[in-house]
Ligand binder design. Structure first.
Ligand code: NAP
Length: 456
């Protein structure tokens, strides 16, 4: 028997569990730990609430979760409730699938002013992450600046641009919907420190901006490279460029020579403008008691890198959201790669018996599906390392060992069937047309999972 502990119940965690079941069938017991009482990590609190089709992948994880050989151990913080060394003592392999939940910092003056957020906290706020439910972003001003040219920047810009009606069918939490419905933001400036050919936005997500009911995406034609240069791009990037070029044309004054400016482009019958500002690196967040704007320096590319030209300007803004990537949380006694913002590892191996997978291994890149081959690859490595144990296994205590320790420490963990009670309550609480209304307080989740404890 193999005993595997997976830390983190997001996509990387569940794909690893799926791979372990395929590899060892009834010869494995998998415990999936999570600091949250509810599973699915990024699917629940990272994927945009208006992207329900992406969230539906959780059903696949549910099939794995309901296998007798897999169990969810929620509301247990590894590194606090149980140490990594204790887990390694109990399980043949411990796989860290903790994702990258922390914001990278801009490292700019003014970054800590009120109403400046990193995307982890801002996305967590509109997705009902208990840690960020009390963020209270203020939308009582005209302009928002979104820093970054990746899909998270697109998510944030889209959420800021949508009317209340456009959240129909989403699971955006009530506090965010109410605040966004009252928002006075009418201009959203997306700052990219490099150019259109360097964006990491994907075409489907970019195309969504053109379908918004009250917002108009605009690109300054002068920022576009000559059309002929798109030929060297891969097909996905060519589609992305198609969208960016159409956003320049939609302004009304662009032509194939790239003349005309976004400023003179009308946006008929749309009252929210989403402006792409390329070759624009933020240099300081301005303001005294709260953010009032961003100082930006024009850049040019030298060997693909953005280099300041010395030309600066100010973008007045009442809110700034930096969508510039994420870092993995540290766990005591686990070596960390400072530069990469993830666990130090060689192809997923950290030290004997300790592995990492997904964003915790490779950093915050790729789609949810990228984590599937990652999960299968790490199980192959574990099999190579511990697979020769034979039927008797290593003799590690596994589940019963953890349960004994949990009883001794009074760790009252949340099981998958108990998460299902939370799930039912959230579905029952949904406003009309929404799939659920999430609990945003851990205590309320626990009260649903363990009603008898709360009553006594
Ligand atoms: P990302 O794609 O790496 O984009 C980060 C952006 O931040 C880049 O444009 C980067 O510019 C910029 N940046 C980094 N440091 C900066 C700085 N100091 N100043 C200004 N700009 C800076 O990351 P992400 O958008 O956070 O997305 C993470 C992953 O999740 C990606 O793989 C993404 O595709 C995925 N995701 C997918 C979806 C979806 O499929 N619907 C939705 C959300 C996220 P440089 O390129 O110049 O470094």
């Amino acid at each position: 028997m193999r005993h595997i502990a997976i830390v983190g119940s997001g996509p990387a965690g569940y794909y690893t569990a799926e791979a372990a079941l395929k590899q060892w069938k009834d010869g494995v017991r998998v415990d999936i730990f999570d600091s949250s009482p509810v599973p699915f990590g990024l699917i629940r609190t990272g994927v945009a609430p208006d992207h329900q089709s992406i969230k539906s992948v959780a059903r696949r994880y549910e099939t794995t979760a309901l296998s007798e050989n897999v169990r969810f151990v929620g509301n247990v913080m590894v590194g606090r409730d149980i140490s990594i060394d204790e887990l390694r003592g109990l399980y043949d392999a411990v796989v860290l699938a903790t994702g990258a939940p922390n914001d990278r910092r801009l490292d700019l003056p003014g970054e800590d002013l009120p109403n400046v957020f990193g995307s982890a906290s801002f996305v967590g706020w509109y997705n009902g992450h208990p840690q960020f439910a009390e963020l209270h972003p203020d939308f009582a001003h005209d302009t928002a600046v979104v820093v970054g040219n990746g899909n998270v920047a697109l998510d944030v810009a889209r959420i800021l641009a949508k009317s209340g009606a456009e959240f129909e069918g989403s699971d955006i939490v009530a506090h965010a919907l109410t605040a966004l419905e009252a928002s006075r933001i009418r201009r959203i400036v997306i700052l990219g420190r490099r150019g259109p050919h360097q964006v990491t936005m994907t075409p489907k997500e970019l195309g969504e901006l053109a379908k918004l009911s009250r917002a108009c995406p605009r690109v300054d034609p002068a920022d576009l490279p000559p059309l002929a240069e798109d030929a060297a791009l891969d097909p996905g990037m060519r589609k992305t460029m198609g969208h960016l070029r159409s956003f320049a044309m939609a302004g009304g004054s662009a032509n194939d020579n790239g003349t005309g400016t976004a400023d003179d482009a009308p946006c008929p019958d749309r009252d929210v403008r989403i402006e792409f500002d390329f070759f624009a690196a933020p240099r300081a967040i301005l303001g005294t008691d709260r953010v009032e704007g961003v100082e930006v320096e024009r850049t040019r590319l030298v060997d693909g890198k953005p280099v300041g030209t010395g030309e600066t300007y100010h973008v007045p803004a009442g809110i700034v959201v930096a969508c510039i990537g994420y870092q993995t949380s540290r766990i005591p006694d686990v070596p960390y790669d400072e530069q990469g913002g993830r666990f130090a590892n060689v192809d997923g191996r950290i030290m004997p018996g300790l592995y990492c997978v997904g964003w915790a291994r490779r950093g915050p890149t790729g789609t949810i599906g990228t984590n599937r081959p990652d999960g299968f690859a790490i199980v192959e490595k574990i099999d190579a390392d511990v697979g020769a144990l034979g039927e008797a296994g290593s003799g590690k205590a596994g589940r019963p060992g953890f349960d004994a320790l949990a009883a001794e420490r009074g760790i009252d963990y949340v099981k998958f069937t108990e998460w299902q009670k939370i799930d039912e309550a959230e579905v029952a609480n949904a406003r009309q047309g929404a799939p659920r209304e999430k609990f945003t307080e851990v205590d309320r989740m626990i009260a649903k999972a363990h009603p008898s404890i709360q009553e006594s």
